[in-house]
Design a protein around this ligand. Sequence first.
Ligand code: PGA
Length: 255
Amino acid sequence: MRKPLVAANWKMHGSREMTRELIMAIRDGVDDSWDTEILICPPYVYLDEASRQLDGSGIALGAQHLNPNPGGAHTGEVSAPMLADLGCTHVIVGHSERRAMYGDDDAVVAANFQAAQAAGLIPVLCVGETLEEREAGTTGVVVAEQVEAVTAAAGIEAFDKAVLAYEPVWAIGTGLTATPEQAQEVHAGLRGLLAKMSDKIASDLRILYGGSVKGANARALFGMPDIDGGLIGGASLEASEFLAICEAAGTPARA
Ligand code: PGA
């Protein structure tokens, strides 16, 4: 069975104080009876602080980005081995903000995915369509191309140690959420696409939904058969909201 995963993407938010307080509040609020794996992805500069705060909690640490080179003359960049050294187990790749604002095209995303795995990190690969693409009826094609760019480079086997996240661009940070049915349709399509390459890997792969997930809409989304948790932006900056989402992912009503 796919254990639900709820991942916090803090984006470019926070401070040392916020990192300490938010993680402390999350640690205090997590209930051991929830069947939820939790991942927190703060900005690079707070990873070390977060790693200390998370020590012994069972909550995983991830980064939001990486440079695909293992080291060298790349001023300002951070490599996968450095992230692993800080205690990260995961890293987000291909987030729509990176694709739209920082030139992370499919080739860059595939290289980042592979570099993460080479350092033993689990990539959280984000895919999603824009509003124009949805309205043009091309959602399925767009997300398939984004995934296939990575399977072509890394092979289907690589998805054995990866997480996929469907994040419709129009739903990120907008307060507009895909309906559970809209999200389920895309998740099922993605799983079906991967199943053509490997049934086993496709059925074991966790596919998260992201885009304005909140405590109030999480349970309906996570109740869908192909939605295995969430990638949470805005609502991950508030402990009570984030905890409500973690609870929704990992309590029996999901079944
Ligand atoms: P949001 O962000 O929850 O604020 O919509 C999700 C994401 O960008 O990962």
